[in-house]
Write a protein that binds this ligand. Structure first.
Ligand SMILES: Cc1cc2nc3c(=O)[nH]c(=O)nc-3n(C[C@H](O)[C@H](O)[C@H](O)COP(=O)(O)O)c2cc1C
Length: 157
């Protein structure tokens, strides 16, 4: 019940769980990045994620990505750097980035590609939970784009 310094333990921290880094973000697909290109990219990423012990989910819909990444902190940091210099997407908005002791949310998904017929609901939920002003503004911009014109032109705006 008490840790070595005599402070009560946080009942919500699972001390037996591994230390995991989590990175959650959304971004916009670059021009020409279609379902086929994303499918190839995910197949390759899955091999890489097995080697790095990274798991998670990638949602792709209406020209927008939403990704949940979890794994060892050093491996997740390396992937974050790569993602920021990857020209296949832009307007990257970090929604959550933390290191904590917890079990994986997606232990068996080396990066599952989930189609989103309507990614608005996913982003709307993220907006409701967002506290950072910049994230809120960026999410509103993305949602505003989603309500303009044919969805399949989003990536070309
Ligand atoms: C939306 C999106 C999601 C990606 N997800 C992953 C991933 O889960 N794992 C991975 O290794 N690379 C992923 N990549 C590819 C990385 O950005 C990068 O190309 C890859 O890690 C190789 O980086 P490196 O050349 O710096 O080693 C993703 C790229 C995009 C555009």
């Amino acid at each position: 019940m008490f840790d070595e310094y005599g402070f009560p333990r946080d009942p919500y921290v699972d001390h037996a769980a591994p230390t995991l880094a989590t990175f959650v973000y959304c971004s916009r697909a670059a021009e020409g990045v279609d379902d086929a290109a994303v499918g190839r990219m995910v197949e390759w990423a899955q091999h890489r994620n097995v080697a790095r012990d990274i798991t998670g989910v990638l949602v792709f819909g209406s020209g927008v990505f939403f990704q949940w990444i979890e794994g060892p902190p050093a491996e997740v940091e390396t992937l974050i750097v790569s993602l920021h210099s990857d020209l296949r997407h832009y307007d990257i908005v970090a929604l959550d980035r933390c290191v904590e002791k917890r079990e994986r949310l997606y232990p068996n998904w080396q990066m599952e590609l989930v189609g989103a017929d309507d990614i608005r609901a996913v982003l709307q939920e993220a907006l409701e939970d967002a506290e950072d002003e910049n994230n809120i503004a960026a999410l509103r911009r993305i949602l505003a784009h989603l309500s303009l014109g044919p969805l399949d032109t989003l990536g070309r705006r």
